[in-house]
Write a protein that binds this ligand. Sequence first.
Ligand code: 13P
Ligand code: SF4
Length: 389
Amino acid sequence: MTSPTAIDSPTTGTISIADIRAAAPSSLRLQRPLPDRYTLATPTELEAMIRAAKAELGTRLCILGHHYQRDEVIRWADATGDSFKLARFAADSEATDIVFCGVHFMAESADVLTEDHQRVYLPDLNAGCSMADMADIDQVEECWEQLAEVVDINRVVPITYMNSSAALKAFVGLHGGAVCTSSNARAVLEWTFAKGEQVLFFPDQHLGRNTGFQMGYDDRDMRVWDPRHDLGGLTVDDVRAARFLLWKGHCSVHQRFRPEHVYAARAEHPGMEIIVHPECAHDVVELADRVGSTERILDWVTSAAPGTVMAIGTEIHMVQRLARANPDKTVVSLDPLICPCSTMFRIDEPHLAWTLEQIVAGTPTNQIVVDPVTAEWARVALQRMLDIT
Ligand code: 13P
Ligand code: SF4
């Protein structure tokens, strides 16, 4: 290993990658079991608890809900959105207590973007993201060191998808890169190539590849970096030739959608509109009529003309809610077999009621705190994204 890079921090002097690595929490998060008061409560009792806690907390509370949350949770959200919109809500919120109904990386980003007096909570600590767990700080740092041996590392820009730990966001902040989400990946990559020649994009290979194709690049410009192999399993020539080094990560929900689903949907309903999330594989994306973040999908479906028939390639709770909210249109899942995000699904009313009542009681739990060293550089990377878009 080479010695860690030390760079002047925006406000606290000199810190290093080693500081970030030392501060990075283990990916193991353990949610303690809920008291019987919540697990045995009826839906009516849970509703009463949540309503009372919200009334008690008033404007000091803000509940944020991602589109993949189940109906009985999202109905309590003060603001809903995709990961980008929710990050903006968090950054602009004046509430002191922000309950994030989403997954861990979203709550971490909210903590990074809020002031010190604001607290962010995740109702179930086990609500992680399997894609985010596919890249950790040690692997990325090792990749960076290996790259530095074969290319001019000053011309490589690291970009991390929002779906990543705060430690990775800090890594890209320190190395001149930025965060992106599914709604702004193209803008962030255009910014990237204005300042460098190669991008190291993690952890979702599909978002990187789909955006690269959208920008006019092709397969010859892209290589997949497999962190389980030396030099990502690539040759030195491959690494040098690549404009996009795409981390071998994926979303287990979105990779289930296959071209066969598109063919079957169109065979059944000729003229059906196919709308997919950019975490889907490229062979699906190139067959689709539209590709966009969860917020864009919501906008497209909502504004579609009555009678439109649409198959959606994204998480099932969102698709089912869109179907119910648009009874004048036909909205179905692109994969007829149910496609839930099991970690988003961990957030339920018992956990929400418990989290809120703990805040009311003055004994808050499940606060997500990013250590100051990591937060400082993660904020740099997140702020670059907000400025670019
Ligand atoms: P959005 O940014 O579109 O909300 O996506 C987040 C996510 O986790 C999709 O799997
Ligand atoms: Fe992670 Fe996929 Fe779930 Fe999104 S849908 S939170 S990327 S596992």
